[in-house]
Design a protein around this ligand. Structure first.
Ligand code: GLN
Length: 282
């Protein structure tokens, strides 16, 4: 039997070629908290304790998956986002920290509105739309995705959060109109260009759904163009569209918005990268 301290060392040694030391430790911490249901304090103070057989097996099995670059959230089946626990699997992206900033931005925008009608396009696990719905019970929230598997995950998350929302399975690129009219349209669509693949780690590249991530180098804004066109008729008076965007394409985003009759404002994320845009009819 090994002690927790020995496992910490093992994770750092075995995963050191994939992740920095601190991240190896936080991955083990996630395994202990989310799979073994330890408290944060357990992880900090149980160093000398021997780990029981069953737990040892889980920690070693997880290590095996981690060595194949499986993201820890797909091992535990959950991701933490905006203070909630979301179920995720290989049909949904793992929510990113930057996307919490999009949620914040939208929540600030709707402070002065009562009962806003909203839709989250390409919702995946539902993390954006559901986090907003939990904060603002009065809003009418719809979640839309092309993937029935993703929508299944979003439904399960909605029911765990007791969030009453509507679901739509649609392909944004081929749909002729959105299912309703909205005060706020939100989307974090695929925006990573093939040429950016080199920057991307194996854990993302090998495991996360490519249909949620990648776009053609020659038409990187295809989803934004289509959504803004749909928004021309689906936005209510004073309505707004909020997007997460590719950090390398802020100017192109502004130009696209302008060419389709929208004014816009860009926002940086916590890492100072251009990450969000708000668009409204000029
Ligand atoms: N920000 C995500 C990444 O780093 C991409 C999300 C998206 O394509 N919408 O991979």
């Amino acid at each position: 039997m090994m002690t927790l301290q020995e496992f910490k060392t093992k994770y750092i040694n075995d995963l050191g070629h994939l992740y920095p030391k601190e991240e190896c430790l936080s991955i083990l911490q996630i395994i202990c908290e989310d799979l073994l249901h330890w408290s944060r304090t357990d992880f900090l103070i149980r160093d000398r304790e021997k780990i029981n057989h069953l737990e040892e097996e889980i920690i070693l099995r997880s290590l095996h998956q981690l060595l194949q670059s499986t993201p820890v959230q797909y091992i535990t089946g959950i991701a933490h986002f905006y203070g909630h626990t979301f179920e995720v699997n290989q049909h949904t992206l793992i929510p990113r920290q930057e996307t919490e900033e999009l949620v914040d931005l939208v929540l600030r925008e709707i402070k002065s509105l009562s009962c806003p009608a909203m839709i989250d396009l390409g919702t995946g696990s539902g993390c954006i739309g559901l986090s907003i719905k939990v904060e603002r019970k009065d809003c009418a929230m719809s979640l839309l995705d092309i993937s029935s598997e993703a929508l299944q995950v979003a439904r399960s998350n909605a029911s765990k959060l007791a969030a009453q929302v509507d679901f739509f399975q649609e392909d944004i690129l081929s749909c002729k109109a959105l299912p309703g009219s909205y005060d706020i349209i939100i989307s974090n669509p695929p925006y990573v260009r093939e040429l950016e693949k080199e920057e991307i780690h194996d854990n993302v590249l090998k495991y996360e759904p490519h249909s949620a991530l990648f776009v053609d180098d020659n038409d990187a804004l295809v989803f934004y163009r289509k959504i803004l066109k749909l928004a021309q008729s689906a936005l209510r008076k004073d309505g707004k569209v909020f997007f997460e965007i590719n950090q390398y394409l802020p100017e192109q985003m502004k130009q696209l918005a302008e060419s389709l009759g929208f004014e816009s404002k860009l926002y940086r994320d916590i890492n100072q990268n251009w990450r969000m845009i708000k668009c409204w009819k000029a």
